[in-house]
Design a protein around this ligand. Structure first.
Ligand SMILES: NC(=O)c1ccc[n+]([C@@H]2O[C@H](COP(=O)([O-])OP(=O)(O)OC[C@H]3O[C@@H](n4cnc5c(N)ncnc54)[C@H](OP(=O)(O)O)[C@@H]3O)[C@@H](O)[C@H]2O)c1
Length: 265
């Protein structure tokens, strides 16, 4: 605990904090004694979570409603964190329009690029510089198993998640010499409000069965500083080995795309 705060504290930013994986990260960090800046678009769920964490863990929590996909995201974040000794930034928010690529309006695809690509790019650059200056810190970027190969029904989202994974890996190498740890957290299907609202066919068995968010976040906090990329859970690690190392590319794309079509059509 003390070691974690010494390396990544005393303040952390969770970008996309109000529900699902982001709320789970926030609870786990507060339990470790970290003060938090919670960011998402809706103020009400952020305030509710902030009250819970202050009461339960006695930490300081600030709330900052902000659209992370907007070009002003860095200015907003800079104002929200002015004077705070931030040591950890978790970029969790994502936008994932689901449907055949051509059936989804191109504006929706561009919005996914704003939130899933420009957002983590801008904030990694901003906080990366801050952390290098203080000589320590951590960055976690949320990626996805869909980022390992092309995936039907979420083709653009999957491509943005490949970007997040590869960006984090490059930064892991570049920033480690400055004492800054970077991790790509590669989650598979995870039980969150966003996932649950996307399908009425949640698998109850097999490789695609969703994991609890708390298992994803606990593993990510253990992986930070240990490796460039952490795949959540044994089933997903097995699937990632199968998809990215054992199967020919065509078979991997076919397999994942068929599964995704079954889930979302
Ligand atoms: N759930 C899964 O099955 C799964 C699988 C693989 C990877 N992942 C990755 O895990 C991360 C979290 O997923 P999730 O299912 O928990 O939910 P999510 O829908 O990706 O994110 C939810 C959180 O992000 C905030 N958010 C969304 N768009 C935002 C924006 N433009 N600006 C600011 N905040 C924004 C939401 O609050 P507001 O709505 O109030 O803004 C909420 O707090 C994502 O990066 C996703 O790609 C999830």
């Amino acid at each position: 605990m003390a070691e974690f705060i010494e390396r990544y504290g005393p303040w952390a930013v969770v970008a996309g904090a109000s529900e699902g994986i982001g709320a789970s990260f926030s609870r786990k960090l507060a339990a470790r004694g970290m003060n938090l800046v919670l960011v998402a678009r809706r103020a009400a769920p952020l305030e509710e979570l902030a009250s819970e964490l202050r009461l339960k863990h006695g930490v300081e929590v600030k709330v900052h409603p902000l659209d992370l996909g907007s070009p002003d995201a860095v200015e907003g974040m800079s104002a929200a964190t002015e004077g705070l000794d931030i040591g950890l930034m978790i970029y969790n928010a994502a936008y994932s329009p689901i449907g055949a690529f051509l059936d989804v309006d191109v504006g929706e695809h561009l919005k996914a690029v704003d939130v899933n690509v420009y957002g983590p790019l801008r904030l990694s650059h901003y906080f990366g510089r801050r952390f290098v200056q203080r000589g320590k810190g951590g960055i976690i970027l949320m990626s996805s198993m869909s980022g390992f190969q092309g995936t039907a029904m979420v083709a653009n989202y999957a491509a943005t998640k490949a970007y997040d994974m590869v960006l984090a890996e490059g930064l892991w190498y570049e920033l480690q010499r400055h004492g800054v740890h970077v991790l790509a957290c590669v989650a598979g299907a995870t039980l969150t409000p966003s996932y649950e609202s996307s399908t009425d066919r949640i698998p109850t068995s097999g490789l695609a069965r969703p994991m609890p968010a708390d298992e994803v976040t606990e593993q990510a906090l253990l992986d930070l500083g240990q490796r460039p990329r952490g795949v959540s859970g044994g089933r997903n690690r097995f699937a990632s080995m199968l998809l990215s190392r054992l199967l020919p590319r065509r078979a991997a794309v076919n397999m994942v795309s068929r599964e995704t079509e079954r889930l979302f059509r």
